[in-house]
Design a protein around this ligand. Sequence first.
Ligand SMILES: Cc1cc2nc3c(=O)[nH]c(=O)nc-3n(C[C@H](O)[C@H](O)[C@H](O)COP(=O)(O)OP(=O)(O)OC[C@H]3O[C@@H](n4cnc5c(N)ncnc54)[C@H](O)[C@@H]3O)c2cc1C
Length: 371
Amino acid sequence: MRIAIVGAGVAGCVMARRLALLAGVEVICLERVVRDDHSEAGTGLNIGPNAVKALTAIDPELAESITRASYPWRNWRISLTDGAVLFDLPLARVAEGPGWRIRWSELYRVLREAAGCISYGCEITQIRRDPADASKTSIEWIQNGEDCRLDGIDLLIAADGRYSKVRRTMSGEPLIRHVGVSIFRLLVPDTSNGLIDDYEQWFNGPKKEPDALRAAYTPKTAPPSAQARWMIDVICENAGDTHWARMQEHEMLYRAAGCNILYLGDAAHGMVPTLGQGATQAVEDSSNAAELITQRYSRGDVNVEGWLQAFEALRAARMRFVMEFSLDATDTMLDGADPIKGTMHKNEEPFQSRLKSLYRDVGLPLDGNTQ
Ligand SMILES: Cc1cc2nc3c(=O)[nH]c(=O)nc-3n(C[C@H](O)[C@H](O)[C@H](O)COP(=O)(O)OP(=O)(O)OC[C@H]3O[C@@H](n4cnc5c(N)ncnc54)[C@H](O)[C@@H]3O)c2cc1C
């Protein structure tokens, strides 16, 4: 059996490492960037406890390597910039363990080293159905100036991220929904002397220029807290290096029609970043897919279309829940919203019980529920 994976990011690496263990399966993973180039991935990620749980269930060694390279995410606090705390949640109250806080480039390094079988520097030039068997696919690419080609791919896994070329080529442009909110990320040295020691959020308002940012984040009736003061200073000093992004999501699609292609992670479902579930769901997706394929293949089931149907049935409702919840949690950022009231609601039972489902109901183990 031949499995090709496009993209050695979060989902692609988890899949490549796990599927390469299957006897009789040839796994080829094609990555666009060159080896050791993790430079696109500069900022930090908060990866939810649900990803830790899912990955630990299928690949404890890999989960442990990420734990060693990261900080634990144990607490989530939301304050006003004058220091008034609105929400202060130890994750142990809603999850079975901590999440990870890790620099993006560091996560890629750990995952790519662990995956091993990755071909770097591949520029994909053609993706199509195999002329000899329409359920299979065929890929062409250029690597080191040479034309390469692979036919008769039994399963093509598109793990090539939010702007997935595979998905656009084989299933068309996804429907995109803008939320009307922009966010920014900025990676700076920690000169705060430990003022901020876990995941924290502050409210006070937006605009891109340094003066406008300073005015927006400075509280009107009290001095900023020590943490907010440090944040305001570094944000304004580094305004030119800030990475801004529009919040958006795109429609979920896990498999191509009439052809054995599996979409995973951002290629399957771009979502708003409010609850930090993008990379988290890429881990959850790939842990479930790798385990489902392993279980089925190991008992002699090589019906790839059946695998894809079972995976979609397993994941679709869960992903709809995660995408809706992430969107609902964005309420405090919408134009005209009341961030104080909205954040206080997050202390109440409905939000907390949704968080429990988010962080605990990861689908694994699969035996018995993938028939
Ligand atoms: C600024 C920012 C902050 C974020 N913060 C968080 C956070 O705190 N928590 C969280 O959970 N998520 C976060 N996310 C989202 C998260 O990074 C993504 O959801 C996650 O990386 C998706 O994983 P993936 O495996 O689907 O794709 P990716 O990790 O994007 O990997 C895709 C891979 O495919 C490769 N590729 C792309 N096109 C091709 C091609 N044509 N040929 C070959 N290879 C290709 C890419 O080089 C890459 O290696 C953040 C995203 C951004 C932009």
